[in-house]
Design a protein around this ligand. Sequence first.
Ligand code: SF4
Length: 247
Amino acid sequence: MTRAEKAARIAEQLAELYPEPPIPLDHTDPFTLLVAVMLSAQTTDKKVNEVTPALFAVAPTPEKMAALEVEEIRELIRQIGLAPTKAKNLKKMATILVEEHGGEVPRDHADLVALPGVGNKTAQVVEAQAFGVPAFPVDTHIHRLAARWGLSSGKNVATTERDLKSLFPEELWNDLHLQIIYFGREHCPARGHDLSTCPICGWAASKKRIAEEAKKNAPKKRKKTAAKKTAAKKTAAKKTTEKAARS
Ligand code: SF4
């Protein structure tokens, strides 16, 4: 099976499993989505969704967010990891939106990644989910799965993004990004396990990966303890003595 055939089959399976994958971060417009995505770095979506209602009640627009002090933002998002840095970035980002983009979130990738706290992945999530622009944001989970399914070499996130974009038709990218995330959350443990029970790896995993997982799962050979080694030496010595006595 070629990589392209494998990709097509995976896309079909994921579409059956998750026909209409919902956007996991609660938001009402491009600005609130951008804020939620910025907050989600190294934090669960669930945690972000718990925190954003209070934040958006006070600062639902770039103007209102820019008017807050960093300390006020930090207090509102304090339950989230990296709150001090994220608070500073939210204030700066909102100020730039007001001063340079007429209070709107830009659609352009270069404009998005120029905002403080917005990297390639965050920008692509916003492009895909706020504006419907085809994008394939690759996080560590998608990166790992693409390698497990043999769709990419797994060298780095940039290579995975390039490989996935070349394997899947553009119109599937936005859904696939979410479908792979949902599949990973539901099915994939981080450590070695039995691939044969998985709906995708069961047929798609590379031979190399199957061998690696089998090795990880194999029962470890028990090391001989020092006491056992001494006992074995004594037995061998006794046998030698007996043999010598007989001859
Ligand atoms: S075998 Fe494991 S890692 Fe691979 S897709 Fe299935 S559950 Fe995920």
